[in-house]
Design a protein around this ligand. Structure first.
Ligand code: ATP
Length: 264
């Protein structure tokens, strides 16, 4: 899968505003990824190497994929996704050539972000995985990263729920050498995420996000999004009997009434 940030702009536009509860983490991600993608000269002047690889780790649903997509959209970088298990299983026998072609294309279209989801599937501890095929694939990925003369114009973002399952070689300097932990959001984070996911909804005046956040400890971003969706569906079901399915479309007046009823 591949897209350029600019093509995301429009109705489905995503931005930093879509990410809740990750102030400090986002700040670091922007320094590490956005700065070199946008202003490579800054790094040249400082004489430091911009990062090639940033590892995002944390439980499922904490926003790793979301962050990568947002950074690509905000920096107008071409966005490439590699799914760890998919490249191993679906492209069995072609995994290395797939990897090579993604890197080639990313270089051609730079600035680019290559997002590797479930990096642990692609680069498990070699000692444990043992298999010849896995060893070759990790070796290919490392060689491709080492071969990137990118000046920050190609950044890899790796995501994993299990950082300790990773081959240590993948975390050496010049590879995924920066790490950011994404945790289950605290009550403030949950409040922010709830308001993000309901900002386009018609809502009753007495909805108290802070209170809802207090009632949802342990909920990650994906859970809170599902909660908002479910709440919207319940509101919708309340007004559904008023919709005339026979006419095959929802008349404009009904839509207006629906949004009024749902906000009641
Ligand atoms: P996985 O490890 O399962 O791939 P992930 O960490 O990549 O999970 P995402 O796919 O980014 O999680 O999150 C799923 C959805 O949950 C996002 O598309 C978004 O709608 C919502 N979400 C997650 N985290 C946040 C957040 N911090 N702020 C707002 N929405 C969030």
């Amino acid at each position: 899968a591949q897209s350029r940030g600019a093509t995301n702009h429009g109705p489905g536009i995503i931005s930093y505003e879509d990410i809740g509860g990750l102030g400090k983490e986002l700040q670091r991600i922007r320094e590490m990824i956005e700065l070199p993608l946008k202003y490579p000269a800054v790094f040249d002047r400082l004489g430091v190497e911009p990062p090639k690889g940033v590892l995002l780790y944390g439980p499922p649903g904490t926003g790793k994929t979301l962050i990568a997509r947002v950074v690509a959209a905000e920096t107008n970088a071409a966005f490439f996704v590699i799914n760890g298990p998919e490249i191993i299983n679906k492209f069995y026998g072609e995994s290395e050539s797939r990897l090579r072609s993604v890197f080639q294309e990313a270089q051609r279209q730079a600035p680019s972000i290559i997002f590797i989801d479930e990096l642990d599937a692609l680069a498990p501890k070699r000692a444990e995985s043992g298999g010849e095929v896995e060893r070759r694939i990790v070796g290919q990925l490392l060689a491709l990263m080492d071969g990137l003369a990118s000046r920050g114009q190609i950044v890899l973002i790796g995501a994993t729920n299990q950082p300790n399952a990773l081959d240590p070689a993948i975390r050496r300097p010049g590879r995924f050498d920066r790490e950011i932990a994404l945790r289950v959001p605290d009550v403030r984070g949950r409040t922010e995420i709830l308001s993000i996911h309901s900002r386009d909804a018609a809502m009753a005046n007495d909805i108290d996000f802070a209170r809802l956040a207090q009632l949802t400890p342990g909920f990650v971003g994906a859970d809170l999004e599902a909660l908002c969706r479910e709440a919207a569906m319940i509101a919708l079901r309340r007004v559904l009997p008023h919709i005339d399915y026979q006419r095959g479309y929802i008349p404009y007046e009904t839509l207006i009434n629906m949004s009024i009823t749902m906000a009641d």
